[in-house]
Design a protein around this ligand. Structure first.
Ligand code: BTN
Length: 249
């Protein structure tokens, strides 16, 4: 569409019409009106579609996405400084994982929303460990990193496809098809209500009902993971935990 439009000979009068400083210039030319309609249709259709940036090697897709507007998507074959939650590194050989960042509107439960969307995209058998680790048969296949400001949230998703680190697992799915499913599921779950997201997260969870140890700022608490609260916090023996590293005991 973009190429085809760039080959259109748009009449100079039309160009002036869409320039506010020349808004008084009106043309009655049939060809010019047609071109204008096409241009406006292109702008209407073109605006909501996400901008996908595909790169070979980056420090982190998060670094590139941070500068882009809401709706942007950054995918890379390789990251030289990929990062995970709680200052962990996220590393994988080139071309072996889905490494993607979505720029979304901030939301208090976005971390759980993205986890649910990613798990749904991966398919049956994939479960969530609080807050949003993706597990297959108990092994970690992926994770979600949210870096938010008051105006936008950069949501990074990493999923092992053909390689996994020691102790991890891999999904063995086609990367582009998986990306399309993640996009579709994100559309679906970012439009759902918070209650729907929380309900689906509970269904997909392997954390709830288990004894857990949560390490937060050097301290550890142990107890039963009873539920998640309205902001996505994990309730351990009645106490809300908002961040930390969870071990299933
Ligand atoms: C975690 O489990 O700790 C979260 C891992 C998130 C990794 C992804 S890969 C794409 C994006 N870019 C990064 O540097 N991190 C996220």
């Amino acid at each position: 569409m973009r190429l085809w439009l760039s080959n259109l000979a748009i009449a100079p009068a039309v160009i002036r019409m869409i320039n506010p400083t020349a808004s008084s210039i009106i043309t009655t030319s049939v060809a010019a009106r047609w071109n204008l309609m096409l241009l406006l249709a292109y702008r209407r259709v073109g605006q909501p579609s996400p901008r996908v940036v595909r790169l070979q090697s980056v420090t982190s897709t998060q670094d590139v996405a941070r500068a882009l507007p809401i709706g942007s998507i950054v995918v890379a074959d390789h990251q030289t400084a990929g990062r995970g939650r709680l200052d962990h590194k996220w590393e994988s050989p080139s071309g072996t994982a889905l490494l993607v960042s979505f720029v979304l509107a901030p939301d208090p439960i976005l971390s759980l929303t993205v986890g649910v969307a990613a798990a749904e995209a991966c398919g049956s058998g994939v479960r969530l460990k609080w807050p949003n680790d993706l597990l297959l048969d108990g092994g970690k296949i992926g994770g979600v990193l949210i870096e938010a400001t008051p105006i936008k949230a950069v949501c990074g998703i990493g999923i092992n496809l053909t390689w996994a680190p020691e102790g991890g697992a891999k999904l063995n799915q086609d990367r582009d098809q998986l990306l399309e499913r993640v996009r579709a599921q994100l559309d679906r779950w970012t439009s759902a209500s918070a209650n729907e997201v929380l309900a689906r997260w509970r269904e997909l969870s392997v954390t709830l009902g288990r004894r857990v140890r949560v390490e937060v700022s050097g301290k550890a608490i142990e107890g039963t993971a009873e539920d998640i609260g309205p902001q996505g916090e994990l309730i351990v023996d009645g106490r809300p935990v908002t961040f930390g590293s969870v071990t299933h005991l």
